[in-house]
Write a protein that binds this ligand. Structure first.
Ligand code: GLC
Length: 636
């Protein structure tokens, strides 16, 4: 297969007088055979193949024509800088518009807040039209062309996006493409027996096929949504619903579905989106007898989405939301000949989960071991580095690696759950999410509560408050320096503790992920001088963000190197910029002071800690405080 990512080089050779339209022709011409080839792989014998493909090409042309001049200019600029999202200058925050400040207009009013902190990339959690009250936090879309009226109109969203762009900010949006709401017009037509739309979903007359499929399907919400199929009493049929009963899986075996969804995505791209977070992609293809995650057909589908996006709106980047094992996640960047033709960004979920494991065990052996086993990712791709998000923390690290460290995987996970969730355990105020019969579970809770702040505040224990702040600082200092897009979870910048009010909302109380989806506390955020603890978390973060933007080594150039310092409490890594300048990041995961050796930098070398400006000469062993992080460079 040809590789389209070389287009950026082609652009450099072309004369400067070309119009955006002529670049479009080049893109369409060079990507056409790739898209066709991918399409054939999935649909070669499908009766709708020809009709769907012709329709797709027409959509690409029309959506391009609809794109604004401003957007086309930005597309060209980014095509020449294909790694723009890997810059050290990018710092993200994810938030629910409504919980942050009511609606799009409210969000716009807070642009100065983001600027103050240094945030320039906003991941707006799902904001499209959804059924009420149940919609899985917006992940059950009723209409891909309308916004949720509570937040404002599509025009309000476009104005918000324009305003953010004028302020040098990027917009990330969720594109929920594995499923839609059971109230989407396609689903309504299907319920009414319209055969065309029944083929948009997976319907079954009896349990024969569902039972066969279930054998190789994971259960995502075993407590609240057991099984992967829902019985429709009126229709007397089963429909596939991997997530909740009201989220119907879209049938990508039907090329019409793929084409409609590409059209929806490009429609939204033209409304001002810079990066799409492609939701729950691992599950997009299912077959009897095959494990329903990460099937090769999923990658083919994503490549078609990406290549069509490249033709119409090449400035847009794509995040794979696939919370899967490291050797599987790197495949979402496109493997072998498809390198560069799939997603540009993926979640560093293994690192995230292991950072919590390392805090609980005060030991980084598993974290380091796992990082050494992550396969290399292609150039021009990057990670979202995060410590918390709207979802639970899955303890999905690899059993084999835990065993190699001489530990029992289940016992180790149970230890972690007890550590974070049991009041008599330690400082954590987490909650178990989707507990299995053997006791294993996932983990909910806000960053501050998991780090011990909630408990320490209740107990008015100054020392524990100090330790909690240090843990929060540790988590933020790492995601800001690891290389990739650091994604701060809204509320964590002011150390928001668990949000127990969700228990009073009937549509939310059964899902404890709402524990860490707080309403933004503007009293704290706007009066930080009255709240010294939150102020220090905010100011620390702000300072680190501004430093990160001045340190080119914190861009992602596929240069990350983990170093085994010989001290199990430490995580050490080296980042290198394009000029060859290094920054060594040294993180102490222990609540006790410890030391780090100098051999990986050099004995007697003069170094500076960029976080404190402190300069010193490296000794054989060097002091590092409890939960401290150092960003070291050589000083002259
Ligand atoms: C993603 C979201 C999660 C949602 C699911 C279904 O995993 O992060 O919150 O429940 O997709 O759309």
């Amino acid at each position: 297969m040809q590789q389209a990512y070389k287009l950026s080089r082609l652009y450099a050779l072309l004369d400067k007088n070309r119009t955006p339209e002529s670049y479009f022709h080049i893109r369409l011409g060079s990507n056409f055979p790739i898209i066709l080839d991918l399409f054939e792989r999935l649909y070669s014998t499908h009766p709708y193949k020809k009709e769907a493909f012709e329709n797709l090409i027409e959509i690409l042309i029309n959506r391009h024509l609809e794109r604004s001049e401003e957007q086309k200019k930005l597309d060209l600029h980014r095509s020449k800088n294909p790694n723009w999202y890997s810059s050290n200058e990018i710092v993200g925050m994810m938030l629910y518009t409504e919980r942050f400040n009511q609606n799009f207009k409210g969000l716009e009013e807070k642009i100065p807040y983001f600027k103050k902190l240094g945030i320039n990339t906003l991941h707006l959690m799902p904001f499209l039209d959804v059924p009420e009250p149940e919609n899985d936090g917006g992940y059950a879309v009723r209409n891909y062309r309308e916004t949720n009226p509570k937040l404002g109109s599509m025009e309000d969203f476009e104005n918000l996006a324009k305003n953010l762009h004028q302020n040098g900010m990027n917009v990330i949006m969720d594109f929920v493409l594995n499923h839609c709401a059971d109230t989407h017009q396609w689903a309504i037509k299907a319920k009414n027996g319209d055969e065309k739309y029944k083929e948009y979903f997976y319907f079954f007359k009896d349990r024969t096929i569902p039972d066969a499929l279930e054998k190789t399907m994971l259960e995502i919400f075993p407590d609240t949504a057991p099984g992967n199929f829902t019985w429709l009493e009126e229709q007397k049929e089963w429909v596939m619903t991997l997530f909740h009963h009201y989220q119907w899986d879209l049938n990508y075996k039907n090329p019409r579905v793929l084409v409609e969804m590409i059209d929806n995505m490009l429609f939204l791209a033209n409304k001002g989106v810079d990066i799409f977070r492609l939701d729950a992609v691992a599950y997009m293809w299912k077959d009897i007898g095959r494990f329903n995650q990460n099937l090769p057909e999923v990658h083919t589908l994503l490549q078609i989405f990406k290549m069509c996006g490249q033709v119409v709106a090449p400035g847009i980047a794509y995040i794979a939301e696939a919370i899967v094992a490291p050797e599987e996640i790197v495949k979402y960047f496109g493997e072998a000949e498809a390198e560069g033709n799939e997603c540009d960004i993926a979640y560093n979920a293994t690192f995230m989960a292991l950072s919590w494991e390392a805090i609980a065990s005060g030991n980084t052996d598993l974290l380091r071991k796992s990082m050494y086993s992550v396969p290399k990712k292609p150039m021009n791709t990057t990670w979202i580095n995060y410590a918390r998000c709207h979802d639970d923390i899955g303890l999905g690290f690899e059993d084999k690696l835990i065993q190699e460290l001489g530990k029992n995987p289940l016992m180790h996970r149970l230890y972690m759950l007890r550590y974070y969730c049991d009041e008599q355990g330690t400082f954590g105020r987490g909650k178990r999410f989707m507990q299995e019969p053997n006791g294993n579970a996932r983990l909910s809770g806000s960053m501050a509560s998991l780090c011990g702040l909630e408990k320490a505040l209740e107990e008015k224990n100054d020392f524990q408050i100090h330790l909690a702040q240090k843990r929060i600082h540790l988590q933020h200092a790492i995601i800001l320096s690891l290389g990739g897009i650091p994604m701060i979870y809204s509320g964590d910048e002011i150390a928001s503790t668990n949000f127990y009010n969700y228990l009073n909302e009937s549509d939310k109380k059964h899902d404890n992920r709402w524990l860490h989806r707080p309403m933004m506390n503007w009293d704290i955020a706007e009066n930080l001088e009255k709240y010294p603890i939150q102020k220090s978390v905010f100011e620390n973060l702000k300072k680190m963000i501004s430093l990160r933007k001045e340190i080119p080594a914190f861009a992602d150039n596929n240069d990350l190197e983990f170093i085994d310092s010989g001290n199990s409490h430490l995580l050490v890594f080296k980042k290198t910029d394009k000029k060859g300048e290094h920054v060594w990041v040294i993180c102490n995961f222990s609540e006790y002071e410890t030391t780090f050796p100098s051999w990986f930098i050099g004995l007697n070398k003069n170094v500076k800690n960029l976080l404190t400006d402190e300069q010193f000469s490296l000794q054989y062993q060097n002091f590092i405080g409890r939960y401290d992080v150092l960003w070291l460079t050589l000083s002259t």
